[in-house]
Ligand binder design. Structure first.
Ligand code: HDD
Length: 704
């Protein structure tokens, strides 16, 4: 792949330069800057004598090493991040005074961290889980953190339940299992006893929870926020990130295998895409609505288990985010970045969503433990581009050297500085708020099933099948029959066909439905096309798609080179895969260089496969079960296969079906042609690759 390396000229890179270290041409020193003469041997009393206490160089080195680790995030521990910028499409000052939207074309630097939720720091990327999508905007008026997920709703309605939710999904406390998985008793016990989870459970069991790439998933702010203009007028807003590469997912069998083949699958994908100049891009969409509109909705906008269907309020694209620079150092940037749902800037405000209100406390609180004190905002990746002036002082690891004798306000000795910004500063929306102190929820929060059903009926057949299979898998792992039964009872309130299909998969009969939490009949939403993953195919063709060309001695080298070059031209990532890496005698042209072995680059790492023509295909492929396994998995995971000339022998050896299971139609993703038709066939292959998968091929169990 062509290397177009960008340094991403973002404003945040300049302040970070102060912290960047370049060791080239430099002597090794201690942390005190003392040059180190010998970094191999400790100081001893005689060559065979004891090591001396005096060896400050040894002690400093070991001490620092001993303290290298910090606590991992209590949730979202596993993550990957990138720098970039947000560019506003328009001047939105009529709606919000938030700095990033102040002018058409205005750019604001960002740092984005994607994550899984449940797994520990070293867990695999492709597990079934919600993905975090946290964006730090370094605006002219301070940092704004949009700390979202790739799913627009949440499991629970009140922050009070968050520790319970997380305790239930994390590895069980007695044996520390399972890692990074919701498929265990405690999660489903909690979920089925908290029917407010119903909507999110449907999303969580859908392919949204196994994205193909961080570049190919949506992001959502989840809660209803407020946008406020300079006159103090406010509207409600839901934030959406929409990937230009479209929304695409893995299939479950593939995701599970990937966890072994490459636990860093999403991290690597993000890194390599940026490193090769294929910058991930997302549009920012706003759903804007008034208090009057909100009052008419059949749900409460303060309830984070509800979406605002796009049919009710359209999503308006207002800008684009481009991620164009990888971090220099994983720890100092990706690990030390501290997001906080309470970090907003003038022009953005909160609502009384009780989940959001709890979050406003939690994030700063957690950073104090994780990053060792109250000065974590001074860590370079967390510092705002806007200057900081206040009377907060001291604390562990303080960096700022505040001058003068004044650290209080009001003061006269420093001329009253720093002074209050007044209307220029952050002003909360003066929302009327009066009520009796009470622990409880509004009535509409009790409609737990209407939107779960909306999601279900908006899915394609393929997506519904995958959801049923996900429930079957997760509940098969659950050991306590009563919990499985309670989940079925919950699903019955969502959709009878769904509950029946899941029950069948578990060999269970249907229980009585869970009693609903309200007497009000659930609202009946019409299906929403926007809720299907297939609604967003994306517009980037086969950019970054990984294609394996399987090669063995005698392969048609000229053909291989032509295919390889054509894929590269379209921005794909072709690689030569064979039994062993290194030079390979081709049937025509110069020897080829096999780049990856079957062992190191197994089938799940590729979005499509090409088997070129080869003089030795007959003997080579019929005897090679590893290559057969490779194409079988490509087939099973609904990926395109292209065989040229005698390359078709491999498809025959692997017994790859040519027709779709239903309707006797030819599978558009299994392409076998004579070499003379290679150019036309490659074009067809690329078209299928751009559409991601041939799901119509799927059967349960798979045919191959
Ligand atoms: Fe949270 C991290 C997103 C509810 C408490 N959360 C965290 C991160 C993301 C989210 C993306 C990782 C940020 C990073 O990359 O560093 N969290 C969400 C969303 C929620 C949500 C979209 C619901 C709409 N979270 C939530 C609640 C609470 C927390 C209700 C607590 C009351 N979340 C935390 C935390 C974390 C965190 C404990 C762990 C590490 C961190 O904050 O920095 O404070």
């Amino acid at each position: 792949m062509a290397k177009r390396k960008s340094m991403g000229d973002n404003a945040i890179n300049r302040p970070l330069d102060r912290a960047r270290v370049d060791d080239s041409g430099r002597e090794l020193t201690t942390n005190q800057g003392v040059p180190v003469a010998d970094n191999q041997n400790s100081l001893k009393a005689g060559l065979r004598g004891p090591t001396l206490m005096e060896d400050f160089i040894l002690r400093e080195k070991i001490t620092h090493f001993d303290h290298e680790r910090i606590p991992e995030r209590v949730v979202h521990a596993r993550g990957s991040a990138a720098h970039g910028y947000f560019e506003s499409y328009e001047d939105l000052r009529a709606i919000t005074r938030a700095a990033p939207f102040g002018a058409k074309g205005k750019r604001t630097p960002v740092f984005v961290r994607f994550s899984t939720v449940a797994g520990e720091r070293g867990s695999a990327d492709t597990v079934r889980d919600v993905r975090g999508f946290a964006t730090k905007f370094y605006t002219d008026e301070g940092n704004w953190d949009l700390v979202g997920n790739n799913i627009p709703v949440f499991f629970i309605q009140d922050a009070m339940k968050f520790p319970d939710l997380i305790h239930a999904v994390k590895p069980e406390p007695h044996n520390g299992m399972p890692q990074a998985a919701s498929a265990h008793d405690t999660f489903w016990d909690f979920a089925s006893l908290s029917p407010e989870t119903a909507h999110m459970l449907l999303w969580h069991m859908s392919d949204r929870a196994i994205p193909r790439s961080y570049r190919m998933m949506q992001g959502f702010g989840v809660h209803t926020f407020r946008l406020v203009n300079a006159k103090g007028e406010s509207v409600f807003c839901k934030f959406h990130w929409m990937p230009l590469a479209g929304t695409h997912s893995l299939v479950w069998d593939e995701a599970a295998r990937l966890a072994g083949a490459d636990p860093d699958y999403h991290r690597r994908d993000l890194w390599e895409a940026i490193d090769s100049g294929q910058f991930p891009e997302y549009e920012l969409g706003l759903q804007i609505f008034s208090e009057e509109q909100a009052a008419q909705f059949p749900f409460d906008i303060l309830d984070p288990t509800k979406i605002v269907p796009e049919e009710m309020v359209a999503v308006r694209a207002v800008g684009k985010m481009v991620l164009d620079r990888n971090p220099d150092n994983f720890f100092t940037e990706t690990e030390q970045v501290a997001f906080c749902a309470a970090h907003v800037v003038p022009g953005i405000d909160f609502t009384n969503d009780p989940l959001l209100q709890g979050r406003l406390h939690s994030y700063i609180d957690t950073q104090i433990t994780r990053l060792g004190g109250a000065n974590f905002h001074e860590i370079p990746i967390n510092t705002s581009l806007a200057q900081i002036h206040n009377n907060q002082r001291d604390g562990l690891h303080r960096q700022q050297i505040n001058r003068g004798r004044v650290s209080y306000e009001p003061n006269s000795l420093a001329g009253g500085c720093p002074f209050q910004a007044g209307a220029r500063g952050f002003v909360s929306v003066p929302e009327q708020s009066q009520g009796r102190e009470v622990r409880g929820k509004p009535e509409l929060f009790a409609d737990h099933y209407a939107q779960a059903r909306l999601f279900w009926i908006s899915q394609s057949n393929t997506e519904q099948r995958h959801i049923v299979n996900a429930f079957r898998f997760e509940l098969t792992r659950v050991q306590t029959p009563a919990i499985r039964e309670r989940v079925l009872a919950l699903l019955l309130n969502v959709d009878r066909a769904l509950a029946t299909a899941v029950a069948e998969g578990l060999g269970m009969s249907l229980p009585a439905p869970l009693p609903p939490a309200t007497d009000r009949p659930p609202y009946e939403y019409p299906p929403s096309a926007a809720l299907s993953l297939f609604a967003r195919p994306g517009a980037v063709g086969i950019h970054t798609r990984r294609v394996a060309l399987l090669v063995a001695p005698g392969v048609d080298g000229t053909q291989v080179r032509a295919m390889y070059a054509s894929l590269l031209d379209d921005g794909a990532v072709p690689r030569l895969v064979g039994d062993r890496i290194g030079p390979l005698a081709a049937g025509s042209g110069a020897p080829l260089d096999v780049e990856i072995s079957f062992e190191a680059g197994p089938s799940v790492l590729w979005d499509g496969v090409i088997v070129p023509d080869s003089a030795t295909a007959q003997t080579e492929w019929h005897g090679n079960v590893v290559a057969q396994e490779f194409v079988k998995l490509q087939y099973r995971h609904a990926k395109p296969l292209l065989a040229l000339g005698s390359g078709g022998e491999l498809l025959r050896a692997a017994k790859i079906p040519r027709k779709l299971p239903r309707g006797g139609i030819a599978d558009p993703g299994v392409i076998e042609v004579e070499s003379a038709d290679a150019v036309e066939a490659l074009a067809r292959f690329k078209a299928v690759l751009a559409q991601h998968r041939v799901y119509a091929r799927e059967t349960d169990p798979p045919r191959v």
